[in-house]
Design a protein around this ligand. Structure first.
Ligand SMILES: Cc1ncc(COP(=O)(O)O)c(C=O)c1O
Length: 388
């Protein structure tokens, strides 16, 4: 029996006015920005409808207490314990938390270390706020991307203030193991670094478990701010909503101060959607995760059989595939995919220096659309080999 996601109503998807489906011309299949093409989960629709049926006054400043409790309960289940509502600061989405952490935990000219490739707003925030990015390129292993711990040590200078970590990592799909996180934590403590960890993808894991960085020890928790939100697991990016979590309230106070007057107040619809998702969204999430995993496995088989020149290790989390096109000798794989295959992907170069020739593919679409995009890529590449 076909899965309902196999039969997405394309007109509906296209009519959603999303950036994903508006950026490229009509004949391009867009598999780029991190949105899913699936319909909104019923518990979220219900929660938002219910909220709209009531008055919409200003929300309580710290946010809806029931949502704060639900986030705390969720973090407890993940292993991050001992949180009180005052250890949470609701942000309008996750990116403002990334920016506020950079502003709050470092000064202009200071250095921040991050593993690359990484979600590009990390790099944009550092650059635009005149901080220095000390990039630690991940190394491709046989089955997964690895942290280069030796190089990590060599990156520290007296000006290094922060470690910025994305776990699970966009775009490699790595879920860092407890052992890896413990090494990073020991490193951060030894050099007295603040740690910003973006754990937004922690619900979309195929091979885990997810270990919250701040759960490693009380000492680590005191130097860490964790960012997360509902938008990846529940595909609610346009609604916004995020949270900065820290056992160290001083970190949150500093982040609030640098955002004074520009952070806005919590949005009642986004809080309602998030609470609906936390309370009743688990079955939808599990079904969606199973479909995504099958898409990942389909992609893995397709690449192995039809595009073996494309280097790739299956992501342990996220719905993003990090594809190395360098062996194909194309001058600009991103432009090639767009022009010759009519497939819109993310250019790897934005995720860190040294990743030109890589593409990021979002497989959170229907299986038939994913297959169509891969067929288009395979036949365009075949054509390019014959032509040359
Ligand atoms: C690691 C990571 N953090 C943050 C975001 C964006 O979060 P938000 O839309 O809540 O600002 C994304 C979006 O893809 C992401 O991958």
């Amino acid at each position: 029996m076909p899965h309902p996601f196999d039969e997405l109503n394309l007109e509906e998807v296209k009519g959603s006015h999303s950036v994903k489906w508006s950026l490229f011309p009509e004949d391009v299949l867009p598999l780029w920005v991190a949105d899913m093409d699936y319909p909104v989960a019923e518990p979220i629709l219900e929660a938002v409808r219910e909220r709209l049926s009531r008055r919409i006054g200003y929300p309580q400043g710290a946010g809806d207490p029931e949502l704060l409790e639900a986030i705390i309960a969720k973090q407890e289940r993940l292993g991050l314990k001992g949180l009180q509502p005052e250890n949470l600061w609701l942000t309008s989405s996750v990116v403002p938390g990334i920016c506020a952490s950079v502003l709050a935990l470092s000064s202009p000219g200071d250095e921040a270390i991050t593993q690359v490739p990484v979600y590009h707003p990390f790099l944009i925030a550092l650059k635009e706020f005149n901080r220095v990015t000390r990039a630690n390129p991940m190394q491709p292993g046989e089955t997964r991307w690895e942290i280069d711990f030796e190089q990590l040590e060599s990156l520290v200078t007296p000006g290094t203030r922060m470690l910025m970590l994305c776990n699970p990592q966009n775009p490699t799909g790595r879920v860092f193991t407890r052992a890896e996180l413990e090494r990073l934590a020991e490193f951060a403590l030894r050099h007295r670094l603040w740690v910003m960890v973006d754990e937004l993808w922690s619900d979309l894991i195929y091979e885990g478990p997810h270990v919250p960085f701040a759960s490693l020890s009380e000492e680590v928790a005191q130097r860490t701010v964790t960012l997360t939100g509902p938008c990846k697991a529940f595909n609610t990016a346009g609604l916004g909503g995020g949270v900065a979590i820290s056992h160290n309230k001083e970190i949150l106070a500093r982040m609030q101060k640098v955002s004074l007057g520009i952070g806005g107040h919590p949005n009642v619809l986004s809080m309602a959607a998030w609470l609906g998702a936390l309370r009743h969204g688990q079955p939808w999430l599990e079904q969606t995760l199973a479909y995504l995993k099958a898409n990942r496995d389909f992609l893995t088989r397709f690449l192995a059989e039809r595009l073996p020149e494309v280097r790739y290790t299956p992501p342990e989390a996220t719905y993003l595939a990090w594809l190395d096109f360098r062996a194909l000798g194309l001058e600009d794989p991103h432009a090639f995919a767009l022009e010759h295959a009519k497939v819109g992907l993310n250019d790897g170069a934005i995720f860190g220096e040294g990743f030109k020739g890589y593409l990021r593919l979002n497989f959170a679409t229907s299986r038939p659309l994913l297959q169509e995009a891969l067929e288009r890529l395979a036949s365009a590449l075949k054509g390019s080999v014959v032509d040359s």
